[in-house]
Design a protein around this ligand. Sequence first.
Ligand code: AMP
Length: 201
Amino acid sequence: MRLILLGPPGAGKGTQANLLAKKIKIPQLSTGDMLRAAVKAGTDVGKKAEAIIKKGGLVPDEIVIGIIEDRLGEGDCRQGFILDGFPRTLRQADALDEVLAAKKMALDGVIEIKVDDDILIGRIEKRAREALAASESVRSDDNAESLRVRLLAYYRETAPLIGYYYAHHKLRSVNGMVPVEEVSRLIERELQLMKKSSKLA
Ligand code: AMP
């Protein structure tokens, strides 16, 4: 199973990718987690990415494409993977197609998690308040200004991917505004439908 989870910041991609990865025993590839690890480790990539992440902008395509290309080459991705937070631009989507084609692999599908803006803003503000109360922010980008920049980047750069994958007959959308377990069930149902339609094809 080779999947992408797509959706705005705060939609629950990370949570759902994590649950699904455990359930179907394939790796979750989160470029956000990889970049945060690089920042923590103080690598060259980390140094380039740190200020951008903090502001809520997008790290340059060639950096994230390089990271994902390396990661997809690792043995545990042979059985499949769940991409969470990548691709985020059309250029990244093109690069992913090329990397997979070179490995004679194809994407099985893209699951879009749909959440309205007012709910996203509420979720992220809550996360920021909780981080402040515990006086330990896990994420340097958990604040109102960076959320605004992240949402803008999503609509400007990432939302066009919905049309791209729809045109490639890969897209399936689920409602992300119901409880976590319900979103998981909706995703699993889409995966079943995806399997059925690929058998019919
Ligand atoms: P996330 O954990 O997916 O919300 O990612 C956190 C931050 O890492 C984003 O706001 C971006 O600054 C950066 N980032 C993660 N994935 C990508 C990507 N595919 N392209 C560009 N920047 C990314």
